[in-house]
Each structure stands twice: as C-alpha cells, then as structure tokens.
Design a protein around this ligand. Structure first.
Ligand code: NAD
Ligand code: ZN
Ligand code: ZN
Length: 344
C-alpha cells in the first residue's frame, strides 16, 4: 500500500475532504507513524477556518493528538524503533539552539514546527514525526484514551503549573471542553481545589463528575465572577482559561484574589479589556501558555498512565470529521472526540 486517506483542508472554511495522499517516507531524524487514533482539538477547527494571523498553507492535514505505531524510521534515528508506540504533538520540532530552546522554553522557539499546522498531522492514516519530539506512549495504556492527553492534557498540565496555584488553593477552570475537563482532573491530581465556569448545565455536570467542588453556568448566573468569589471565600488563587469565547477572559481575571495569576490557553481570535486599576491594586498576573515541553509531555502522560486522569471521550470514524467540527462549534461535545483512523 502506497497511499493513505487523510481528512484534508483544501480551502479555509470549506468542509474537509477525505482525500488520498501518498504515504510519506521518513527523512533523516524522522519516523513514520501509522496513526491509529487521533483526537480532534479545537485548534484543528481554528486551523481549518484560518482563524489566526499566522496561517497554515492549504492543502494540509490537521491533527496533533495522533496515537499509533512506528512503522519506519529514517537515517540516524536511535530514540524510537519500528513497533514502538508514539504520537504527534503541536510542538512537532524545535531548533535546540535558540535562547528559548536553551533555557527550557522550547515551545517558544521561533524556528518550531507545529503538528497539523506547518507539518501534516494526525488526520492522516500515516504521519511523519521528528523522532526527538514525538511523544513516546507506554504500551500499558489504551491508545484511544491517550490521544487527548497529547495536546489537551499537556496544555492544561503546563497551563496549571503556570497559574502557580499551590496544593490546597483554589483554581478556576474556565471552559470545560476537551481541555477543560482534563484540567479539572490534573488540578485535582496536583492538589488544587477546583471551581469551573462554562455555559451549560451539561458542562457543569462533566466538571463535577471529574472532581470540581463547584461549577458555575455563566449563562444563568448573572455575575459569574462574583459567584466564584463567594464560593471561594474571596476569589481563586489562579485561573486557567480554556474557553473559546473572549467574554470568558475578563470574567476569569475578575475571579482572582489579590496576587492571583490567570493563565490563558484558549485562543479565540479576539481581544479583551484589562482593567488597569484592579490589575495594579490587586497585584494580578496575566500570562499566556502554549502547549508544553517534551518534559511536560512525559510528566502528563505519566499522570495518565498511573490512572490519575481519565479522559471522557467518544470514538468515531474519520469520515465524521465535518460533523464533529459542527458539534464542536456548537459546544455540543462531551469531553473529546477521538477518531478511529481505520488502520487497525
Ligand atoms: P472545546 O470546544 O472542546 O471546549 C471549549 C469550551 O469552551 C466548551 O466547553 C465551550 O462550551 C466553552 N465556552 C464557550 N464559551 C464560553 C464562555 N463564555 N465561558 C466559559 N466557557 C465557554 O475546545 P478545546 O479543544 O478544549 O480548546 C479550547 C481552546 O484552547 C481553543 O481555542 C484551542 O485552540 C485552544 N488551545 C490552546 C492550546 C495552547 O497551547 N494554548 C492548546 C490546545 C488548544
Ligand atoms: Zn529553538
Ligand atoms: Zn490542540
């Protein structure tokens, strides 16, 4: 077999096409992975719609939560061999030589490549990965369940570290989708107390199922920030915003107690007003956080492999991709959708 199927973006905003591609050959330092499962991240939808200022070049294959098996290795690869389980990630590669790579901040490498964005990704039945950056997957885990960990998991795990919330302190998780429902679990596993906010009662139930002590519905609660301050006795120590609506961002900042940090990971193509007076008077920190390093990835896969985190997900065929995107836009997905790539 020399061709494969891939859910392909031909033009921004158009339906994806299940298209035949040649199976690529791994170059030096690369591996070819047979994708068995791929999670569908909201970033893939932003990519397919061309939402962000820096855009991929169609035609391209999205997907950066692919889990599968190494089927070929290129010249010089020593870290992976045929038969190993591995996946792809948003951080497809980084240069290893810039100031960010040299100081443990490789996700901010200006020469980085991104899986399913600048490099074809896991919506294809086969994908190339940089052997040094492809996350290794232990053979003890369920390959469909690990898929959402590879982007949603690592992103919220790192984003929670960036909130600097300590065990026993309160964290707000804003947005309880693919990222947020995992954030609730990582936060609990890291000893934090969790309150969430989303825009439906179903999302509140999902948050509570995974260990949130309280869950606020911003559609029915007239002042979500005030409610969160009341629940937490003065405000959360940190907040992680995974929501896909700009309105969630000032509400999360407004839920912080003095000295709190708000870590932004959701990427709606919008801006939000930051109140200067309260930011100064209450000593607040607002920072962005992009996926995680290879070390963060290893740690967050380990939390999963030890059973500390259990994704809520549904497996569906790759052919459903356009319907999956429609449900994602409508906020109708419970946890994550993981596509069966039909390669088993
Ligand atoms: P998702 O669609 O699964 O979840 C988004 C959630 O936001 C949904 O539950 C939705 O109901 C909720 N939401 C919508 N409006 C809201 C509001 N006003 N208040 C609170 N919640 C609201 O998406 P996802 O896959 O979890 O991704 C979320 C965002 O994170 C996307 O923008 C994605 O591109 C981004 N992302 C960023 C990184 C990063 O490294 N920073 C990594 C992965 C994803
Ligand atoms: Zn670099
Ligand atoms: Zn993602």
């Amino acid at each position: 077999m020399s061709t494969m199927k891939a859910a392909t973006v031909n033009n921004f905003g158009d339906a994806l096409e299940i298209k035949e591609w040649d199976i690529p050959t791994p170059g030096p330092g690369e591996v070819l992975i047979k994708t068995i499962y791929s999670g569908v991240c909201h970033t893939d939808l932003h990519a397919a719609d061309g939402d962000w200022p820096v855009k991929p070049t169609p035609p391209f294959i999205p997907g950066h939560e692919g889990a599968g098996e190494v089927v070929a290795v290129g010249e010089g690869v020593t870290s992976l061999k045929v038969g190993d389980w591995a996946g792809n990630a948003w951080l497809w590669s980084a240069c290893g030589e810039c100031e960010f790579c040299e100081t443990g901040r490789e996700t901010y490498c200006p020469n980085a490549q991104y899986g399913g964005y600048t490099k074809n990704g896991s919506f294809g039945q086969y994908m190339l990965c940089d052997a040094k950056f492809a996350p290794r997957i232990p053979k003890t885990v369920d390959l469909s369940a690990v898929a959402p960990i590879l982007c949603a998991g690592v992103t919220v795990y790192k984003g929670l570290k960036e909130t600097e919330v300590k065990p026993g302190e309160w964290v707000l998780i804003s947005g309880v989708g693919g990222l947020g429902h995992l954030a609730v679990q990582y936060a609990r596993a890291m000893g934090m107390r969790v309150v969430t906010v989303d825009v439906s009662d179903e999302k509140s139930e999902l948050a509570k199922k995974h260990g949130a002590e309280a869950a606020v519905n911003a559609l029915t609660e007239p002042d979500a920030a005030a409610k969160i301050k009341e629940i937490t006795g003065g405000g959360v120590h940190g907040a992680l915003v995974t929501a896909v609506n700009g309105k969630a961002f000032p509400a999360a900042v407004g839920s912080l107690r003095s000295g709190g940090t708000c870590s932004l990971v959701g990427l709606p193509p919008e801006a939000f007003p930051l109140d200067i007076f309260s930011t100064v008077l209450f000593g607040l920190t607002i920072r962005g956080s992009l996926v995680g390093t290879r070390k963060d990835m290893e740690e967050c896969i380990d939390f999963f492999a030890r059973g500390e985190v259990t994704p809520t997900y549904t497996v569906e065929p790759m052919d459903n991709i356009n319907d999956i995107f429609a449900r994602m836009k409508a906020g109708k997905i419970d946890g994550r959708i993981v596509m069966d790539m039909g390669t088993k």
